[in-house]
Ligand binder design. Structure first.
Ligand SMILES: *[C@@H]1O[C@H](CO)[C@@H](O)[C@H](O)[C@H]1NC(C)=O
Ligand SMILES: *[C@@H]1O[C@H](CO)[C@@H](O)[C@H](O)[C@H]1NC(C)=O
Ligand SMILES: *[C@@H]1O[C@H](CO)[C@@H](O)[C@H](O)[C@H]1NC(C)=O
Ligand SMILES: *[C@@H]1O[C@H](CO)[C@@H](O)[C@H](O)[C@H]1NC(C)=O
Length: 949
């Protein structure tokens, strides 16, 4: 069979895609759970919204009915006869939501301080013209107004016209308001957001009329017949117009009026103050002080109508009377709103609470992507795929596209379902803005996951960290970041800096969408449109730009880090410059490695011969030799003061096509380090190796296309079947169509994975031996030129092992195989040549027979007798050869090594026959040296030497 060309980009991508799809099919449960999460959350919000709607919508926050007698709202207790429906001015909420086609005319009022806080004489304000503090006890303090001007007499004359001395009121029709306008009315009730209802008349606070002087008779018998809900007490209050020499004096007095401004801890409020400036008969130029504290309303009326107009009218009217005489009146009769339709209040829970929830929902994808990436890394599946020829390009394209597809489906479910439930944040904002925003974000999130995945090597750590990150980000954003965004005095620059963190950028975007939907749900314009992006308060534009730029940068960073880290540091941090760099010079580290020199003096002729062969091969390269290692070394730098560890100390090795080279050696001898270098997991410290003529330092990607690896630990996907594994790796090796099917069937058959439906069972259900056989099948599929098998038969039952041996024997005919094993039987059965590797050095090379002849040189003679005759046996052996060496002795059984040169086998048989006549021999044996003996001997010698040096 001919070796197929390396798989193209699209073939690799196709193979990976098919594998991922199958993988996903098995993963359906997790995926459904993932997609159901936003659905669940939307349902939760929907239920919450319904609950709130029925709570607030049912009664208070829309136009309804009230109970006539007690002003409590309509509940089940109210009998029908007492129900009054439509606008009720006694109920400010009712008035706010009902239709009002004919708004009521309200008399204009002055804003007055409450009796207990009206200005009086105090130690810190010892002005003689202020009233004595005793008036507070009877709630009869006068109301103080201050004035100043450049022309004292002028200002005094004008101020004298402000307040009358008798109450003027008429009881009938429109004359009523006109007559009221002759008086100066005021209230201490805080103002309200509109004039559909003058809250002062329904608040129960008294209405004051201001006079120069109050006489007791005027204090009762007054009502407001044409004003609904006006059953206030009507009281007279004295107005005190006080002259001050300058406006700065007024300022000082106002300041001391505040609790913080004086020392006696009392509030001293004045009604208002006027400065007539340079006014005179021909010029009217006034400034007015008023208390604006009231404008910070509470509850639904965040913007209130301050009661200022009446004070302006008061001044103008006085000035007019000063000019034209007391008969002239400029009346301010009433204030009246425009008519309005019925409105209802809706609290958009998705806009209000949603931002943090939605941030969580979308961030939720991050741990999912991260976990999946780290899983492939932790299980070494990524490197396994790479070793079988999967390039980085297809891997990135398919993985990225795959996560993108999952994210898009997730977000689609989220938005569609939220829209179906009518959550305003989805329905009211422009869908194209939402699409762009979510699309950029999920891309950024995937790129970030790729970057972060390189930090983690453990799925559990990654998952836990990611979820902590997700919830922490949501909370921080909801309680800290939002505070900064809303606080207009916080520097915008810092907010942008915070938005560089993707979680906050996401939050900001959602926040803006929520703001628009919250405002939009109560007005007609509603929702964010593209033209809103240019508004300076709208953070969406900056968020989109930041996220887009970050996405591109993350993508590059992630790719770069992946190249440096995941390839097992084969590529340096500046790998992309390698085209400009010269090839690293051939390094000889001998000067730094004196130990190696000592060893080379000790080297055996077979090892030296191998070295010479390698040097010969390097001079005249031939493709015939699949593997050529030239002085390969691996040194792990010592940490924490430990000396450097020499894992491989200069290895010369050549393996031709068609040979199976067995690597024996005790644990920790450096076999795995050697194989890791050859398969590109680690980089050699010095030296070179060529696989099929390609340099392992620079052309690993080329080597991967003709390489097969059966790693020591099975690297398999638990949820894929054996057949699916073989199809995947077969496709990576560019097998197609019927050839692929045929190869897969053949390898299943040959490795005994075909029967009983094993091939179509998920690998998670395989026994250890089945997994092992599958790993071997994977390493051989697609006819690789070079195959590394790290203890392929460990954990196999004898039958399977025989089976496996047959496969390997068959496979080695047209490729080079390097095999490590601890089973001497296996080494002898499979390998054409063997090398024993101890302490990072090849101790001997050759086929099993040569090694045995060279290192064996003895027979092992065993004899078991009763313990009385042990001495006899010893004597007998002594007679055979004085050089015999007892190596084992236990309750009657003894083992001796007999040098081959000293004894002939016939002598031994004769001696045993003679012995049998003298005493009872229960068993005896004579064997040639086994490979195991050789191995133990070589290892022991090398280690003994090592401890000596
Ligand atoms: C001040 O105003 C009075 C009128 O009230 C006027 O007679 C007088 O001339 C004014 N004084 C000055 C300095 O303008
Ligand atoms: C205001 O000015 C008048 C005359 O210029 C003076 O008699 C009076 O003491 C001043 N009042 C104050 C509080 O300074
Ligand atoms: C302004 O009104 C507020 C609210 O009633 C009050 O607490 C404050 O003392 C007033 N300030 C002055 C200078 O009268
Ligand atoms: C009104 O008074 C202010 C402050 O004294 C002054 O700057 C301004 O010129 C005056 N306006 C007129 C029209 O005289």
């Amino acid at each position: 069979m001919t070796n197929p060309a390396p798989a193209s980009f699209w073939t690799q991508a196709n193979a990976l895609l098919r594998k991922n799809l199958t993988f996903q099919k098995r993963n359906v449960k997790t995926n459904v759970q993932l997609v159901l999460f936003p659905v669940f959350l939307c349902l939760l919000l929907f239920a919450l919204q319904r609950f709130i709607d029925t709570q607030i919508g049912g009664s208070a926050f829309k136009c309804g009915c009230v109970c006539a007698n007690n002003t409590t709202r309509e509940h089940s207790h109210c009998p029908d006869s007492q129900k009054v429906c439509g606008v009720q001015y006694s109920d400010s909420l009712q008035a706010a939501f009902c239709a009002i086609p004919n708004p009521i005319e309200w008399p204009p009022l002055l804003q007055l301080p409450a009796p207990s806080s009206r200005a009086v004489r105090t130690p810190s304000l010892p002005l003689s013209d202020l009233p004595d503090a005793s008036c507070r006890r009877t709630d009869s303090c006068p109301l103080t107004l201050l004035f100043t001007a450049q022309n004292h007499s002028f200002a005094k004359n004008v101020a004298a016209n402000m307040f009358g001395s008798a109450l003027s009121v008429s009881d009938f029709g429109s004359d009523f308001l006109a007559s009221l306008a002759m008086n100066v009315l005021g209230s201490e009730s805080p103002p309200w957001g509109n004039n559909f209802i003058e809250i002062a008349f329904s608040s129960g606070d008294p209405i004051y009329y201001l006079q120069k002087k109050c006489t007791d008779t005027e204090k009762s018998g007054l009502s407001f017949p044409s004003l609904p809900a006006a059953d206030n007490e009507i009281k007279c209050a004295q107005a005190l117009n006080l002259w001050r020499n300058s406006s700065s004096e007024i300022n000082g007095e106002l300041y001391k009026g505040y609790q913080t401004g004086n020392t006696d801890g009392q509030v001293n409020e004045i009604v208002s103050a006027f400065d007539f400036l340079n006014s005179n008969r021909n010029r009217y130029n006034v400034s007015i002080w008023y208390n604006s504290t009231y404008k910070q309303g509470t509850g639904f009326s965040s913007n209130v109508l301050l009661r200022i107009p009446r004070s302006i009218n008061l001044l103008s009217n006085s000035y007019l009377q000063f000019l034209l005489g007391p008969g002239t009146k400029m009346l301010f009769e009433f204030v009246k709103e425009m008519p309005k339709p019925e409105t209802s209040f809706r609290l958009e829970i998705s806009s209000l609470l949603g931002t943090m929830f939605f941030t969580w929902v979308i961030l939720q994808l991050f741990p999912v992507v991260l976990t999946s990436l780290v899983y492939e890394k932790q299980q070494k599946l990524r490197i396994m795929m790479k070793m079988h020829g999967l390039g980085d390009g297809p891997y990135w394209m398919i993985s990225y596209g795959y996560f993108l597809a999952i994210s898009i489906i997730y977000m689609l479910c989220f938005v569609i379902f939220g829209s179906l439930l009518g959550l305003k944040i989805f329905t009211i904002n422009d869908y194209s803005i939402q699409f762009v925003f979510y699309f950029i974000y999920i891309n950024l999130q995937i790129a970030l996951a790729f970057l972060v995945a390189s930090i983690f090597s453990n799925v559990k750590t990654a998952t836990v960290t990611a979820y902590i990150g997700v919830f922490g980000t949501g909370l921080l954003a909801g309680f800290l970041f939002q505070f900064f965004v809303q606080n207009t005095s916080f520097p915008r620059g810092w907010i942008i800096v915070m938005e560089l963190y993707p979680g906050f950028a996401l939050y900001r975007g959602l926040y803006e969408l929520a703001q628009f939907s919250f405002e939009g749900s109560s007005s007609e314009t509603g929702g964010m449109k593209w033209q809103n992006l240019s508004e300076s308060t709208n953070g969406m534009k900056e968020v989109l730009i930041i996220m887009f730029v970050e996405w591109i940068m993350m993508l590059f960073a992630a790719f770069y880090v992946d190249q440096v880290l995941s390839s097992g540091s084969r590529k340096g941090p500046l790998f992309f410059l390698k085209g400009f760099q010269k090839r690293p010079p051939f390094q000889k580290l001998d000067a730094q490695m004196p130990v190696s020199k000592v060893f080379s003096q000790m080297e055996k002729p077979d090892v030296i011969q191998e070295k010479e062969k390698v040097e010969q091969l390097l001079l005249e390269p031939t493709i015939n030799h699949a593997i050529v290692c030239d002085d390969l070394k691996k040194v792990y730098p010592g940490r924490d003061g430990n000396p450097d560890k020499y894992a491989v100390r200069g290895l010369f090795l050549s393996v031709p096509q068609g040979e199976c080279f067995g690597m024996l050696g005790p644990n920790g001898a450096g076999k795995t380090s050697f194989i890791n270098m050859m398969i590109g997991l680690t980089k050699p410290t010095s030296g070179m190796a060529f696989v099929q003529g390609l340099d392992i330092r620079t052309q690993m990607d080329g080597i991967y296309t003709t390489m097969g690896v059966c790693p020591q630990h099975d690297l398999l996907w638990e949820s894929l079947t054996g057949r699916e594994h073989l199809f995947f790796y077969g496709r990576l090796k560019n097998l197609k169509g019927s050839v692929l099917t045929q190869e897969v069937e053949e390898s299943l058959e040959s490795l005994n994975l075909f029967h009983g439906g094993v091939a179509d069972k998920q690998v998670g259900k395989y026994s250890g031996g089945m997994k092992r056989r599958l790993s071997v099948a994977i390493s051989l599929i697609g006819d690789p030129r070079v195959v590394y098998m790290d203890e392929p038969s460990s954990g196999l039952d004898p039958a399977s092992r025989k089976n496996l041996w047959n496969v390997v024997k068959h496979a080695k005919q047209n490729r080079a195989i390097i095999l490590t094993t601890h089973s001497m039987e296996e080494a002898e059965a499979l390998c054409d040549r063997l090398g024993i590797f101890v302490n990072g050095n090849l101790q001997c090379v050759g086929n099993a027979k040569e090694l045995k002849a060279r290192y064996g040189g003895t027979y092992v003679f065993t004899m078991t007798t009763s313990s009385d005759h042990e001495k006899d046996v010893e004597n007998m052996v002594q007679k055979l050869t004085p050089n015999a060496n007892k190596i084992y002795h236990l309750s009657g059984t003894q083992k001796f090594e007999l040098p081959k040169g000293d004894v002939r086998i016939t002598d031994v048989f004769q001696a045993v026959d003679a012995a049998k006549r003298n005493f009872t021999v229960s068993a005896w044996g004579l064997v040639d040296t086994t490979l195991e003996d050789v191995f133990i001997k070589v290892a022991r010698e090398a280690q003994a030497f090592d401890t000596l040096s």
